[in-house]
Design a binder for this molecule. Structure first.
Ligand code: NAP
Length: 294
């Protein structure tokens, strides 16, 4: 099995580059080898490698910056995934693509299902939704994995920001009225690997590669808000004594992009189709920080 992994240096891409190697040959490319802001260049690269499955973990993920760079965000997140899918179709390949809880408007009070109506509040969410639709429209075997609040020990994310601030600040103000589920990139890579293990058959025909094409939600289980997440980060990192966390409402922390108030994702379909449970967000955080098990 030949995999083309796009976005090898991102949080999810980096974890995938390790977990996928157990399943086959992985051709892992970063931005310097494959640039999603240049959709016209993608065909030649994909046709040269001729993978069985393309996994796109690259994305324009700067949620606030996207408000001032809507065209770039739309090209990278909305247009290029469709180009990749069309190239996959030419060679009979399947595709795994990642999307976000930010396709929802946050007005729900119970976890969003895959078929819940989408209504993104910001440019990033709109561009990611366009990417989902572009992939689906091509009609290849595909799995689109929506996840939320991704963190890891690399890149820029909430975990590393809080740990860094705790080194220098006595107090950190954190929003406490947005509800969701922090998800470790390692849990997403493991979940993706398990989907592939369940789906792959000995056949090299792409249509046999996936049990059921479609959108799947994959977030760590449980729920919290950013304040609650920050609290656990400090507790697990042994930094609670140094720094006081102060809860604030979203209205006191204005950002260019509006974020959904509630973006929990239901993992029920993942369980039904792939018999897969996601770890509790606290356990995944523990594992990410490489702490000894309880
Ligand atoms: N981060 C989150 O909180 C979050 C939440 C929900 C869903 N997701 C989704 O989960 C997936 C993985 O996200 P992540 O957190 O792993 O993202 P990430 O850490 O920000 O990594 C994104 C990767 O995409 C690459 N990239 C950006 N623009 C590119 C371009 N024009 N051409 C090629 N590569 C480009 C980046 O390259 P460089 O290394 O060169 O910058 C980076 O390696 C994405 O689909 C994202 O939308 C993320």
């Amino acid at each position: 099995m030949k995999f083309l992994l796009i976005g090898k240096n991102g949080q999810v891409g980096w974890e995938l580059s390790h977990s996928l190697s157990k399943l086959g040959n992985v051709f892992a490319l970063g931005r310097s080898e494959l640039d999603l802001s240049m959709p016209e260049t993608l065909g030649a690269i994909i046709q040269d490698i001729r993978p069985d499955i393309i996994i796109n973990a690259a994305a324009y993920t700067a949620v606030d910056k996207a408000e001032s760079e809507p065209d770039l965000a739309m090209t990278v997140n909305g247009i290029s995934p469709g180009v990749i899918a069309r190239e996959a179709k030419k060679i009979g390949a399947g595709m795994i693509h990642y999307s976000t809880d930010y396709v929802f408007d946050g007005k729900a009070t119970s976890p969003y299902k895959e078929e819940s109506p989408t209504y993104p509040l910001n440019i990033y969410g709109k561009s990611k939704l366009a990417g989902e639709q572009a992939v689906i429209q091509v009609g290849i075997p595909h799995i689109i994995i929506r996840t939320s609040w991704v963190y890891s020990l690399r890149g820029s994310n909430f975990l590393l920001t809080i740990k860094k601030l705790a080194q220098t600040r006595k107090q950190i103000k954190v929003v406490d009225d947005q509800t969701g589920a922090p998800t470790w990139a390692g849990s997403i890579a493991e979940g993706t690997k398990r989907i592939l293990e369940k789906s792959l058959t000995k056949s090299t025909k792409a249509e046999k590669l996936f049990i059921g094409s479609g959108v799947f939600h994959m977030s760590c289980s449980g729920k919290t808000n950013w304040f609650g997440f920050a609290n656990k980060i400090l507790e697990f990192s042994g930094l609670s004594k140094n720094t006081e966390l102060i809860p604030i409402p979203t209205t006191a922390y204005t950002t260019p992009a509006v974020r959904p108030k509630y973006s929990r994702l239901s993992n029920k379909k993942l369980k039904q189709v792939f018999n897969q449970e996601m770890p509790k967000w606290q356990d995944a955080l523990h594992q990410c920080l490489d702490l000894p098990s309880n």
